[in-house]
Design a binder for this molecule. Structure first.
Ligand SMILES: Nc1nc2c(c(=O)[nH]1)N[C@H]1C(S)=C(S)[C@@H](COP(=O)(O)OP(=O)(O)OC[C@H]3O[C@@H](n4cnc5c(N)ncnc54)[C@H](O)[C@@H]3O)O[C@H]1N2
Ligand code: MOO
Length: 412
């Protein structure tokens, strides 16, 4: 019997992302909003600056009067938050500090270094230019202006902008609630002195970390033994937890102990995809639980157990899924960066390959990339030392050093 063809990565990704819709909105205080995705545009509640203000310490003057050598009477002072009450009259200057309102009647600022104070007067040593050193009212943004669009992920500097708009909270999409189920009789938690034939549970840290950095709330749902009844019971318990996403690790392949796909199906999941033309990560599966006793829809992603495969699949599939679920704009799946091969590479087979690689230099800003000599999907030491994944398309011919290539930079 002919083997069924493996699904191309792009097709699988498109299927997964097309299933994902944004979670409902909630309002959060600004100091809890870093990394959250806006569910509504941010509209300024004030105009900033609210008045014309000085960009420098110096004197507010009428430009036409403040010619070289002019001596003007210092009528008063305007500091940030304490404006000068009057209007500048002919022959007058007002002492100004950075951020202070420029008084009515003044149309230029002469910086302190270009003046000489003579008691209650000031001598102008550099002729003023109208408009010079004045920040116009509304020059930054105006009341009613949209400063950030819906779907934008809030960065540190965006929070400052929102605050400056006189807003203390924002409307963002709820974080996806994600549960991680690990499978395997051999797994032991770190720090407990596991025996040589046992394997330390490590996938939850890489996969959970990718998920947290993508905005999810992550719960460790424990380790399941390789038995059908236990696997089904674990999946059932995970369903009770009201998750948006259930991620399993291990038991995804074809061995006698690989029970995850049949257990998920038996518990009512509709698996859209199982097995992808991908290396590492061939046995990846995903689908959904919907309806039934549980009103909420839960996405399910079954990751391969090999640690590198689990991590790469988390980057390729879980991260964009979580970002889509938070309503983030512009999430189209693969986000590859152009690079250049630093060494020759062999022809590829039918699986799209994501090779652990190092950036060994740059030419005109473009990273020069060399795949690591060993590409074993169990080896975390090599993964940790990698800077990027070098992407080799299915059936890509051999390529020489100096040829262009694509990489997925590893940032977490
Ligand atoms: N006959 C075939 N064998 C395999 C195939 C295949 O197509 N035909 N695919 C291989 C590929 S590719 C992968 S990837 C693995 C994935 O298999 P599973 O998802 O079933 O993973 P396990 O067998 O459960 O575990 C594999 C390996 O990873 C270790 N592991 C599992 N979970 C964790 C964890 N949470 N933390 C750390 N390490 C973990 C586990 O101990 C095993 O050593 O299948 C190939 N086989
Ligand atoms: O596809 Mo598996 O993920 O190579 O080890």
């Amino acid at each position: 019997m002919a083997k069924p063809a493996l699904m191309p990565l792009e097709e699988a990704l498109e299927r997964l992302l097309s299933q994902a819709s944004p979670l409902p909105a909630e309002t959060v205080a600004l100091d809890a909003a870093l990394g959250r995705v806006l569910a509504a545009p941010v509209v300024a509640r004030r105009t900033t600056p609210g008045r014309d203000v000085s960009a420098m310490d110096g004197y507010g003057v009428r430009a036409a009067e403040a010619t070289l050598g002019a001596v003007l009477k210092v009528a008063g002072e305007s500091a940030a938050g304490r404006p000068y009450a009057g209007t500048l009259r002919p022959g007058e200057a007002v002492r100004l500090f950075t951020g202070a309102v420029v008084p009515d009647g003044a149309d230029a600022v002469v910086i302190q270094e270009d003046t000489a104070r003579e008691g209650s007067a000031v001598r102008i040593d550099e002729a003023a230019t109208a408009g010079r050193h004045i920040r116009k009212a509304g020059g930054d943004f105006r009341e009613g202006e949209t400063v950030l669009p819906s779907g934008h992920r809030l960065r540190a500097r965006d929070l400052a902008l929102v605050a400056a708009c006189d807003l203390a909270e924002v409307s963002v999409h709820r974080r996806p609630r994600l549960g991680l189920l690990s499978t395997g009789d051999e797994l032991v938690r770190p720090g407990r002195g596991a025996q040589a034939h046992q394997v330390i549970l490590s996938n939850i840290y890489a996969v959970g970390g990718v998920a947290r950095l993508a905005g999810a709330e992550v719960a460790d749902l424990g380790i399941l033994p390789d038995r059908m009844d236990d696997t089904r019971a674990g999946i059932r318990a995970a369903r009770e937890a009201g998750l948006d996403v259930l991620v399993t690790s291990g038991g995804a392949s074809v061995g006698d102990h690989d029970l995850v796909a049949p257990a998920l199906t038996a518990e009512g999941a509709a698996l859209a995809v199982h097995k992808i033309a991908l290396r590492p990560g061939k046995p990846l599966m995903f689908g959904r639980f919907s309806g039934g006793a549980h009103a909420a829809e839960t996405h399910v992603l079954g990751l391969p157990g090999n640690p590198v495969s689990a991590y790469v699949c988390a980057l390729l599939f879980l991260r964009p899924l979580l970002r889509r679920m938070q309503g983030e704009a512009g999430v189209d799946g693969l986000e590859l960066v152009p690079a250049e091969l630093a060494v020759d590479v062999k022809a590829n087979d039918h699986r799209m390959d994501f090779m652990r690689a190092q950036i060994v230099g740059r030419r005109a800003g473009v990273p020069l990339v060399a795949p690591m000599p060993v590409q074993d999907s169990s080896m975390l030491s090599l993964l940790s030392r990698a800077d990027a994944l070098l992407v080799r398309r299915p059936q890509a011919p051999a390529a020489k050093a100096g040829e262009p290539c694509e990489i997925l930079p590893l940032e977490d």
